[in-house]
Design a protein around this ligand. Structure first.
Ligand code: GDP
Ligand code: IMO
Ligand code: MG
Length: 431
């Protein structure tokens, strides 16, 4: 396989973990370039389910090098917990994993700030995963972040003191929350020194050498394009660039080292947390469509967050979202997941455009207030009663499901290259 960037192109949870895991035997290296423990990537092999937050989804395979790039944010407690979970399952993770020494560390005060800010926002909250992602990326940009390499720096203590003074002022004086103890921060730093520093590496150097020697790389995105801090439904987004372009800056490689961009999306749409969702049908707050299609997707798709366990909101496939994502990522092929979840619906719908105040739009508006008012323009197609679950050949797919896929290709102007028909690694059709 060529060097490919695999990204989610809706609001996250498109099945990136599954797709990356199954493509891993075709590459030599799998590399994460942004995000942190807000990600929850699920791998299912037989009756064994593994959920990964930081570690690339190639880690279950022998002979694959896994890299965590400088563009990510790493929580020492969570990453060590994840490593120990894999070690307990017999995976020699320390032999397979290298972490960029330029990674930013998520420290206890980032989680405290995340929680206090969300609490202060009340109804207007973003609905973050509570993992400290926003405050950590904020410190990076403000140039007060602590990186893995800084653990050996002579001014570490002074920088922690300065950060704590600032953070505890914000927490106690502005956000009405409890301060963070230095001792708790030190436990995190000590853990990172003991368990993460031995895996620290110059990731761009490794990539340059390996690519030069002919090795191929699968770049694994987290979140999805609509959660991108620039291109998503701002401010209801995460705090990093999630699009394919971020793979370059987030690992330290050049554009010449990428051959293809695989856009991963569900055959319908889901979202966790607050913010606009034009084709939404169903949510935990009581929204439900008359046909119960949204409830069908939530239940049959088992739509609960892999990281937080929160119920996901569900709705029809939104082609303008995918068109936008194809554009901003340069997607060269689509991987459509969870087709099997639509089995048994009498009718399936596809949003092909939006109307705003009675006017048909050509593309996604950038403004949240406009996004909230969009009226989806739907095309209706007949559903299918046959099961596609676990199908491994395109011949097993009913004609009506094929018609949906053809229409998606047409409207999104992008070919479907992979079709996922169940959670297992083997439930896949290559097209
Ligand atoms: P990620 O964050 O993009 O890796 O996706 P998640 O792991 O958060 O969520 C995707 C969920 O759907 C997981 O529970 C997967 O096991 C499951 N899944 C992935 N592909 C399929 C599929 O084709 N069909 C079904 N039924 N489940 C799938
Ligand atoms: P994967 O990689 C789905 C959402 C949160 C919230 C917003 C900001 O598994 O697809 P954050 O904690 O990042 O500051 O939260 O982004 N979010 C995700 N939604 N899948 C994810 O990751 C997500 N990571 C963050 O729900 O709305
Ligand atoms: Mg997920």
């Amino acid at each position: 396989m060529s060097n490919t960037i695999a990204v989610g192109i809706q609001w996250g949870d498109e099945g990136k973990g599954k797709i990356v895991d199954l493509l891993t035997p075709e590459v030599d290296i799998v590399a994460r370039f942004q995000g942190g423990p807000n990600a929850g990537h699920t791998l299912v092999i037989g009756d064994k389910k593994t959920v990964l937050n930081h570690i690339p989804s190639g880690v279950l395979h022998d002979d694959t090098l896994c890299l965590i790039g400088n563009g990510t944010v790493v929580d020492p407690f969570r990453l060590v917990e994840e490593m120990d979970m894999l070690i307990a399952a017999g995976i020699p993770v320390a032999e397979r994993l290298k972490i960029s020494d330029r990674c930013q560390l998520i420290l206890p005060y980032h989680r405290a700030l995340d929680a206090a800010r969300e609490a202060a926002k009340g109804e207007g909250k973003i609905g973050t995963t509570g993992k400290g992602i926003g405050p950590c990326y904020e410190d990076k940009t403000a140039r007060r972040g602590i990186r893995l390499v800084d653990l050996t720096s002579p001014d570490l203590d002074a920088r922690i003191d300065a950060n704590l003074e600032y953070v505890n002022f914000m927490l106690t004086q502005y956000l009405n929350a409890a301060p963070v103890n230095r001792a708790d921060v030190e436990v995190a730093l000590d853990l990172a020194k003991a368990r993460l520093l031995p895996l620290a590496a110059d990731v761009p150097l490794i990539l340059q050498k390996r690519i030069k020697a002919g090795d191929s790389v699968l770049y694994e995105g987290a979140q999805g394009s609509m959660l991108d801090v620039d291109h998503g439904t701002y401010p209801f987004v995460t705090s990093s660039n999630t699009v394919a372009g971020a793979a370059l800056a987030g690992l330290g490689v050049g554009p010449g080292q990428v051959d293809a961009v695989l856009g991963i999306c569900k055959a319908y749409t889901t979202r966790v947390g607050s913010g606009p969702f034009p084709t939404e049908l169903y949510n935990a707050e009581g929204m439900c469509d008359a046909e119960n299609a949204g409830k069908h997707m939530a239940e049959k798709g088992q739509e609960f967050g892999a990281t937080t366990g929160r119920p996901r909101r569900t709705g029809w496939f939104d082609a303008p979202v995918v068109q936008h994502a194809v554009r901003i990522n340069g997607v060269t092929g689509l991987a459509i997941t969870k087709l099997d979840v639509l089995d048994g619906l009498a009718e399936v719908k596809l949003c092909v455009a939006y109307e705003l105040d009675g006017v048909r739009l050509e593309s996604m508006p950038s403004c949240c207030h406009q996004l909230d008012k969009l009226v989806p323009v739907y095309e209706s197609m007949p559903g299918w009663s046959e099961s596609t679950f676990g199908a491994t050949s395109f011949d097993q797919i009913p004609e009506r499901a094929k018609a949906l896929l053809r229409r998606i290709e047409e409207v999104c102007e992008c070919p479907v290259r992979m079709l996922s028909t169940g959670p297992d690694r083997d439930h896949i059709i290559h097209l």
